[in-house]
Write a protein that binds this ligand. Structure first.
Ligand code: FAD
Length: 461
């Protein structure tokens, strides 16, 4: 009888195990399936907290609808009737002490029409003139492996990038634009430049692509994303789920693996899947050659703070759903979502719930990182006071420090992962890595990573 041990009960580990357990049932296999999770709950970076009538997501808060629609997990897990979608509205950039709207007809802050550029209140007249060079400058040197920051700046000018595009885009891709490639962010902008001679014209010609599903770009579940975790867990038939079980040591002996855990547990397995962050996988494997690969993978930190108030959320600017803060101003946060506006299910009383994001890319982050929860709440309250003028005392809060937990895919990321896979295959046959550190950070990417890993293991069984 073969044993498969999956370590890490986040969405990747759950998806891996769900697919293995489906196969086991369909083939009446005697394979032993074990899922080990260090903490008391499954879910990892998906964790829903309920308090004072508010639904707060300590980690991920939604799933990109476009991606979810190409997959079957929602129907398979029986969650169709639980799905809720985001409300749409204006986003703002907080700059020079005020909230200024991100212009209509822009994608990631990139104007999709010349009118959108003309109407921007974020960029000076000179910055707008500079951006016009996009219409008459040819691309002679950029490839998809070049930096997206340099590319955009070259054609659209420094000011537009700095004041309107970078605050949006670096928030979405968690990193400085100069460190991210065109390929890993917006590969189509280079195609637009080649095909239409202009990035802006390219966006204009492809407007429908970006507007499609505009109303329902993101989805969640009426009781929060925890529903996804619970639904997966419920379907793990014939799987031994071990919670509070932290893998401490892994040894290989004649192509079998011996894993010992914190609680004096010990598992002997033929196949092991490491569905944990790369830092934890590195520590567990403890191999100097693989360490060189693991150490090249980068991640950053983020602190999430929710504040729930006993005030109605219609006091916020009409139609708004949140703001991004340009890095050079007087707020400590990078962004603030007006959660009760964006997600109706998060506030049964329609009271105001906001979520502030503090990222390690911010110049003040190093001081925040040392603060305790009370101090962080004070910082968040100051930010809300400055940006929205709200001085009320919150009736609910949730602070989560995601220390070194946000993977940052650098230009060399795909190459490093390939090398790591190759080295693992040679040195540790039957042991695999999966999840957000390697194969995409979005929830659908992680679900796919789990599916692919399960398929691979099934070929061995
Ligand atoms: P994890 O969720 O990190 O799971 C790994 C698990 O391994 C954890 O449960 C951990 O306890 C366990 N573990 C670690 N070491 C051990 C050990 N030694 N032994 C046993 N168990 C161990 N994605 C989206 O699609 N939409 C969003 O809105 C979104 N927002 C996000 C917001 C935040 C603040 C964060 C942090 C992430 C967000 N993401 C979002 C990304 C997404 O949530 C993650 O990429 C995804 O959930 C990662 O799943 P995973 O299973 O690969 O890893």
């Amino acid at each position: 009888m073969k044993t498969v041990l999956v370590i890490g009960g986040g969405i990747t580990g759950l998806s891996t195990m769900y697919n293995l357990s489906k196969w086991k049932k369909a083939h009446q296999s005697d394979v032993r399936l074990i899922l080990a999770e260090a903490s008391s709950e499954l879910g990892g970076k998906i964790r829903t907290v309920k308090n004072s009538g508010f639904v707060m997501e300590a980690g991920a808060d939604s799933i990109v609808t476009r991606k979810a629609n190409t997959m079957t997990f929602i129907e398979e897990l029986g969650l169709e009737n639980e799905v809720v979608y985001n409300a749409t509205g204006k986003s703002f950039i907080y700059t020079e002490g005020e909230l200024k709207p991100i212009p209509a007809d822009s994608v990631f802050g990139i104007p999709a029409t010349i009118e959108s550029l003309a109407k921007s209140t974020l960029v000076s007249a000179q910055g707008k003139v500079e951006a016009l060079k996009d219409f008459y400058t040819k691309n002679e040197r950029f490839t998809k492996n070049d930096s997206i920051g340099e590319f955009l700046e070259h054609f659209l000018g420094k000011e537009l990038v700095e004041k309107q595009i970078a605050p949006v885009l670096s928030g979405v891709y968690s990193g400085r634009l100069n460190d991210l490639t065109i390929a890993s962010t917006l590969p189509y902008v280079l195609d637009y430049k080649e095909k239409y001679g202009s990035i802006m014209k390219g966006f204009e010609a492809n407007k429908e692509t970006f507007q499609s599903g505009g109303e329902k770009k993101f989805l969640s579940f009426r009781n929060g994303l925890v529903s996804l975790i619970n639904a997966f867990e419920k379907r793990l038939e014939n799987v031994e789920v071990l919670k509070n079980t932290n893998a401490r040591k892994l040894e290989k002996c004649s192509n079998r693996y011996y894993v010992s855990f914190n609680n004096n547990r010990f598992v002997e397995a033929d196949y092991v899947v490491l569905c944990m962050p790369h830092t934890a996988a590195n520590e567990l494997i403890n191999n100097s050659k693989l360490k060189q690969d693991f150490d090249q993978l980068k991640s950053s930190s983020m602190i999430s703070v929710y504040l729930g108030f006993d005030v109605p959320d219609n006091m916020l600017p009409t139609e708004g759903t949140g703001f991004i803060s340009a890095n050079s101003n007087d707020l400590s946060c990078n962004a603030c979502t007006w959660t009760s506006r964006k997600w109706e299910h998060t506030s049964s009383s329609r009271n105001l719930l906001v979520r502030l994001f503090y990222k390690s890319s911010h110049r003040v982050f190093s001081s925040l990182d040392k603060m305790n929860k009370e101090e962080l709440l004070q910082v968040a309250r100051q930010d809300i006071h400055k940006s929205l003028g709200i001085t009320a005392k919150p009736i609910a809060s949730e602070v989560t420090n995601w220390f070194d937990s946000m993977p940052n895919y650098q230009i060399t990321h795909p190459k490093i992962v390939k090398t790591l896979e190759r080295n693992m295959e040679t040195m540790y046959p039957g042991m695999m890595i999966a999840g957000c550190s390697y194969y995409g950070v979005g929830i659908p990417d992680c679900i796919e990573s789990g599916e692919r890993t399960a398929e691979k293991i099934i070929t061995f069984l």
